[in-house]
Design a protein around this ligand. Structure first.
Ligand code: AMP
Ligand code: ZN
Ligand code: FE
Ligand code: FE
Length: 285
């Protein structure tokens, strides 16, 4: 059994449509794949309609959140949610707020870049996005098309870096509220790439313990952005706190070089996750 629990389609900032993503998953020999677009469930219906026989699909999403330490600025954290009820009103409203927030923030970044003569145009970027969930990868794509940078990767290390003068933050959800909303909707909250120091500041063990206290059920341990040390530290934390251990690729199609299935989840851990989700059904034969 090969299980990948974190992927993005063109409904957010990946490049495969949900149907293409499932075909890619099957061709890569996966048995289970979760669709976890940023802040939206808009790909779920297409994924359900296009699911190839034999492939199990876990409906999910990745919520943009923040942890508020007492002694430093907020830290960006991502929360994966699986098998929640997409119609739960408070949770649906929060995802809608985050998508609005993303649009306003991306437009701020684009206006600042354009004002300095960089080849980006807001209407063009919106037209190239799947609609609703505009992220830095979409702006990176415009910078590549305009010849300002050679690759999406280069855009992220230069103009779109979180320390670039063009960078703008967004008012992401307090992670404890995010966890509560996923749980209220019958879902399974899992802390995504929690120690990926290559992405910026990361939270301490105190934060992970507080998240567990707030209802967190799992930790994404095997992720392409985690070093071996980061993985073993997280594995220890999951063990101490009784959390499910997951592994996944965070596939983004051609917006990243990581292939689907690059990291995977142990089947016994997947069964624990499945047993905890009551908001919507897993899609399988
Ligand atoms: P945003 O949510 O708009 O702040 O953009 C962050 C998104 O860009 C996340 O989904 C990341 O997975 C993705 N990302 C981060 N770094 C890179 C990179 N170097 N190349 C491509 N995508 C990236
Ligand atoms: Zn992404
Ligand atoms: Fe993420
Ligand atoms: Fe992701």
């Amino acid at each position: 059994m090969r299980i990948d629990l974190h992927t993005h389609s063109s409904v957010s900032d990946g490049t495969d449509s949900p149907a293409e993503l499932l075909a890619t998953a099957r061709a890569a020999g996966l048995d289970v794949v979760a669709l976890t677009d940023h802040d939206t469930t808009a790909g779920w219906a297409d994924a359900a309609a296009a699911r190839p026989p034999g492939l199990t699909v876990v409906p999910g999403m990745e919520l943009s959140c923040r942890w508020f330490p007492t002694d430093q600025p907020p830290i960006s954290v991502h929360l994966l949610g699986y098998l929640f009820d997409p119609l739960h009103p408070a949770f649906a409203a929060e995802r809608a707020r985050l998508r609005d927030e993303r649009l306003a923030r991306a437009e701020r970044i684009v206006e600042a870049l354009a004002a300095d003569g960089h080849p980006v145009d807001w209407a063009d970027i919106v037209a190239h996005s799947g609609g609703g969930v505009v992220g830095r990868p979409h702006i990176a794509g415009a910078l590549v098309r305009g010849g300002a940078v050679a690759s999406v990767e280069e855009a992220f290390t230069t103009l779109l870096h979180h320390r670039s003068p063009y960078y703008a933050t967004k008012a992401d959800t307090d992670v404890r509220q995010g966890i509560a909303l996923v749980r209220a909707a019958g879902g399974v909250p899992v802390f995504a790439h929690g120690l990926a120091t290559k992405r910026g500041r990361v939270v301490g063990d105190d934060a992970v313990a507080a998240m567990a206290e707030a209802g967190l059920l799992g930790l994404e341990v095997d992720h392409p952005d985690h070093s071996e040390q980061e993985r073993s530290h997280l594995r220890g934390l999951a063990d101490d706190l009784g959390l499910v251990v997951t592994g996944s690729s965070d596939y983004h199609g051609s917006n990243k070089t990581t292939p689907i299935g690059a990291c995977t989840t142990d089947p016994a851990e997947f069964e624990r996750l499945l047993a905890a989700g009551t908001g919507t059904a897993v899609l399988r034969d």
